[in-house]
Ligand binder design. Sequence first.
Ligand code: MG
Length: 383
Amino acid sequence: MRTNDFAQGAELPAAGWKRREQMEADERQTLAPYAQKSGDSRGRKFPEPRHDYRTEFQRDRARIIHSRAFRRLEYKTQVFLNGTADHLRTRLTHTFEVASVSRTIARALSLNEDLAEAIALAHDLGHAPFGHSGEEMLAECMHAHGGFEHNRQSLRVVELLEAVYPAFPGLNLTFEVLEGLRKRDEATAPSLEAAIADLADEITYYSHDLDDALDFAILDSDQLDNSAIWQRSHERVARLHPDLLGAELHKNIIRDIIDLQVRDVVATSASAITAAAPADSEEARREPRPLIRYSDGAAVANRELRNFLYENVYYHPRVAEVNRRACEMLRTVFAAYVEEPERLGDTAARRIEREGLHRTVCDYIAGMTDRYLLEEHSRLASG
Ligand code: MG
């Protein structure tokens, strides 16, 4: 093929493809009035021309998936240290589960799937290596220098740390995706799509942490006899499949738990939205009580499950001891960079002047995978 032929293929013909304007018109036709339409986006900090055949939120989704921070999620701990066993969740597989549940709920409620998905895909980009223990250790290292919190870090990643585009720092995402990532800092409620990604995060991590803990034999299913959520799904599964036992039974209970939780959110939110009848996405944002929510009963049962996981899984000796050792390494590496900033990569070193040394070191370490931090630790130990 000659180069000219290829260049010609890049010219869009007059017909046979769908224009962004048509996609925006389709959203107005098919989505609910209170859905956030991509054509109504408040735009980007650094204005850019719109795309021929991708909506603004589709474009955000692509930018997130193509980022380095996103690829690194594959080697970051969810609960169990990365590499512990091949089928345990990582930050990346957790993120895909959140995106999948978000899309399901958004579509069922005629909301904007692309927006909910983009927020879900970006929601954990700011996580430090070694999961929540890594986050706590980094917060401790940053105690006198502005602290560390993974939600705020996700925003730093997409607004500053990803360096791809010549014209601006970060990914220059739309206001609506950033608003979804900022959710916990803001007094005003975000879009319904952002609220969906938030609940989908909870639904997936409660159920998959339970799944991984059973799989990794940190939990025994007898311990779950007092959990209302587990009991209800156990009874439902046992009625349908009385012969299931052991791991097979557990998988099906977990599946049922996710299904019931999603169904509860769809049903409760649909009733709440119908009752409030917001005229548009702005009115939906101003609702005093979140429109996307669990039923009161499910909310109580979820809190109970959350407490159970904290008591029996997240601080279990087999999890906590490994995490503690890993976090000590994080502390050592942090101190070594502060002591010798020349060990930082070039891109990071250029940020010291503007961001300060501690913040630069914090950003650098937060961006690391578990594996890279372990390697860096042994490099330091060997001089
Ligand atoms: Mg998450």
